[in-house]
Ligand binder design. Structure first.
Ligand SMILES: *Cc1c(COP(=O)(O)O)cnc(C)c1O
Length: 432
């Protein structure tokens, strides 16, 4: 097994995804290309949905954080599988609408929603707006009232947790641009304000502690703090929240150094904590929403490139340059994120070489990874980067006027285009 069970090596020594030969896929669709196993995405959607319903209750709902991977077909798949979605912009809302996604199951996020965004959400009938701040709350109230509507909302609360030190720091993260901190009193103030407005209907609270988290502790702390907050609000105002959105953030396996997460077990653990705390605090078990992005789609995807130049600088570095780079995967440039790469047409040869995999942009920082263990490469080889299903296509740009790669969905032995490759003509389409 290569990192994930849907990846394998066939008799010709080629990497396969969902049973399909990646070398043949590269020939058919060209490179660079994002290839995603739709069965893996659907299976992960079901894992979350089943575990959420089993452990939190039948009304629990995972909402796919679609900033991780956004195109029309992914919203259709999420709709078919019965998930909710989280959108963070007019563009994501528009795409979801085009896909026919049921608006009632949309959670609309963002720390700076414009009046146009809020109007769009109201006109679309978006189920829940997750309100970030007082300015937004008042704007939404005004716009909703003018339309004779009352918008269901959650309030974004900052529980004060640093997920990377794995402990709750009561003052930690209070400086976040997102949400309203409990410790400063901002959370209680915006809660009381929301309860006083007619244009909105407060259903409960939201928090999101971070991303690529492998430990349960930050989620345990967040669940503890949020349930206690619900109890505090009940005591102080008489309002008992009926919904608690615990955000996303569970990690995925990018390299062999990352753990394999048992998502159903993690959800069971978090549910047990919420239940125990709700009982202890004397509040009813709220409807729980989970908001995973990365862990739903990352593992399903790989990116295929063609190797161009191989450059060895003796005593320094070896470079393998590919026909994509930071425009299709900016995560190394942004966060030094680690990936696993291999030569797809000789996937059965050992990774006994080390190379920095570089893109084709005019930036020294345009790298997929540095000193990655990989097989020896030559011009014309197909290089695969694994676990690129999340925050790759959705973060892609046209830097250096590189057309964005297509998204190919593989399912039951067949491949289809979900997003076609951009053409040079697409690149000049908006120019006057
Ligand atoms: C990014 C984000 C998520 C998803 O995070 P993942 O780490 O991809 O699971 C969920 N909720 C909110 C509000 C987010 O900003």
């Amino acid at each position: 097994m290569l990192l994930h069970p849907h990846l394998d090596i066939n008799a010709e020594g080629h990497l396969t995804i969902g049973g399909l030969d990646t070398v043949a896929l590269a020939r058919e669709f060209g490179t660079p290309a994002y290839i995603m196993d739709e069965n893996v995405i659907r299976a992960q959607f079901r894992t979350y949905l089943t575990a959420a319903r089993t452990h939190f209750g039948e009304n629990a709902l995972p909402a796919f954080a679609s900033k991780a991977l956004c195109f029309t077909e992914i919203y259709r798949i999420a709709a078919e599988e019965g998930l909710g979605i989280d959108c963070v912009s007019g563009g994501e809302l528009y795409t979801a609408k085009k896909a026919g996604f049921p608006a009632a199951r949309i959670y609309f996020h963002g720390n700076n929603k414009t009046d146009a965004d809020l109007t769009m959400a109201l006109d679309m009938g978006v189920g829940t707006v997750v309100v970030d701040n007082t300015d937004e709350l008042l704007a939404l109230d005004t716009i909703a009232k003018a339309k004779g509507k009352q918008q269901r909302i959650l309030l974004r609360i900052t529980p004060g947790i640093d997920p990377h030190t794995h402990r709750a720091i009561q003052t930690g993260n209070v400086d976040s641009k997102f949400g309203n901190a409990i410790v400063t009193g901002a959370a209680m103030a915006i809660t009381k304000l929301a309860l006083s407005l007619d244009g909105v209907c407060l259903a409960g609270f939201h928090c999101h502690v971070g991303s690529q988290i492998f430990e349960i502790d930050p989620f345990r702390d967040a669940a503890n703090i949020m349930v206690r907050y619900i109890a505090d609000v009940k005591r102080e105002t008489g309002f008992e929240a009926s919904e608690l959105n615990l955000g996303g953030g569970l990690g995925v396996r990018y390299t062999e150094h990352d753990a394999t997460v048992d998502y159903a077990a993690a959800i069971a653990e978090i549910a047990a904590i919420v239940r125990t705390n709700a009982d202890a605090c004397g509040i009813a078990m709220p409807r729980v929403i989970l908001e995973p992005g990365r862990s739903l789609v990352a593992a399903a995807g790989i990116t295929l490139y063609t190797v161009g130049a191989v450059k060895e600088i003796p005593g320094f570095k070896n470079y393998i340059s590919v026909d994509g780079g930071m425009p299709d995967n900016p995560r190394y440039a942004l966060y030094q994120s680690e990936y696993t790469a291999l030569i797809a047409n000789r996937a059965d040869t050992p990774a006994d070489y080390r190379a920095t995999v570089a893109g084709r942009c005019c930036e020294s920082g345009d790298l997929i990874g540095e000193d990655m263990p990989i097989g020896r490469a030559k011009r014309g080889d197909i290089l695969a980067v694994l676990c690129t299903g999340a925050y790759n296509y959705s973060m892609a740009s046209n830097y250096n006027r590189l057309p964005r790669p297509p998204v190919i969905l593989v399912r039951d032995g067949k491949a289809r285009v979900a997003v076609r490759r951009e053409t040079f003509e697409d690149l000049v389409r908006l120019d006057t």
